[in-house]
Design a protein around this ligand. Sequence first.
Ligand SMILES: Cc1ncc(COP(=O)(O)O)c(C=O)c1O
Length: 362
Amino acid sequence: MFDKAIYVTQPTLAPLEEYVELLKGIWTSGILTHNGPLVQQFEKDIAVKLGINNFIAVTNGTIALQMSIKALELKGEIITTPFTWIATVSAIKWEGCTPVFCDIESDTLNIDPAKIEMLINERTVAIMPVHVFGNPCNIESIEAIAKKYNLKIIYDAAHAIGSTYNGKSILEYGDISATSLHATKLLNTGEGGGCISSNLEIHEKLKRIRFFGHNKDKSVIEDGFNGKMTEIHAALGLVNIKYFEKVLEDRKYKYNLYKESFRKISELKFQKIVNGNSNYSYFPVIFETEENALKYEKILNNNNIYPRRYFYPSVNTYSNIFDNIQSCPVSEKISKTILCMPLYYKLTESEIESIINIENII
Ligand SMILES: Cc1ncc(COP(=O)(O)O)c(C=O)c1O
């Protein structure tokens, strides 16, 4: 039994003094927002760190998804995954499009490319896959389908900063990738997000959308809104990013600690990583039955440990949000049988060992 509660995650934070130094600069300059110097520096630092070209820092990952839909001027059906956080789908709905759910692969937990084509019709305009828990999707197959039917791709890369595919940052794929810099992510600005597009026209358009639709002369030439990141959030990103490699390395090490122990339990299944490299942002375990998952959750809770049923429920089953419930049996089963274990930078190796050593896993 732990004296203090162990939750599924905790933010990774650079030393406070480093943040305070940057805050002093903000107090001196009086610049709090409007794409100030720290936001601009943060965008440059992320681009260099990840080896990407165009990072646009925004308010949060949900706005990043909405801006992406807006920038591509999508109107119609967007095929997406039900095994995600509600934000993927609320972004689609808020932009006036209709989500169409494509079931997932039971091993990678990502959208199943073999099931996408049967959902395409004349109203389909785009595919919005999610790199679930940082695990890269089967990009090659998704791109082939998009090309065949002339569809746009927006990757929901909320979990995936630091993941790679074919030796490149995962954020370089799709017409646009949208990521999150929320407190729980491997790199965080408290709240925050980013849009990445290698198409320069789209990149410029995203920047205008972020800033009320203004062009460089401050004329409103676009149906934009306010997606700006503040200097205070950018400052946090600037100090946290210095530790990013360390955080990535730490996450992989701890992920493997869990995996080595849990693989001895034949009941459990793990997320399969077959396309590129994951950032290992979460450690999910999948039980054979919901009853067993709940039983194990209870045992951990009794020891002051709080794993998370994530994602639960499967988003396609929200009957208060969708008029038309679409069945996705694989996602529904996984949602009921999955638990994400505590995994974060400050979690110590001995804490992980104590968690692993708690008996009666099923
Ligand atoms: C898959 C997925 N998409 C989108 C989001 C939205 O990101 P944010 O919380 O930064 O708005 C999240 C949030 O964690 C997420 O998990």
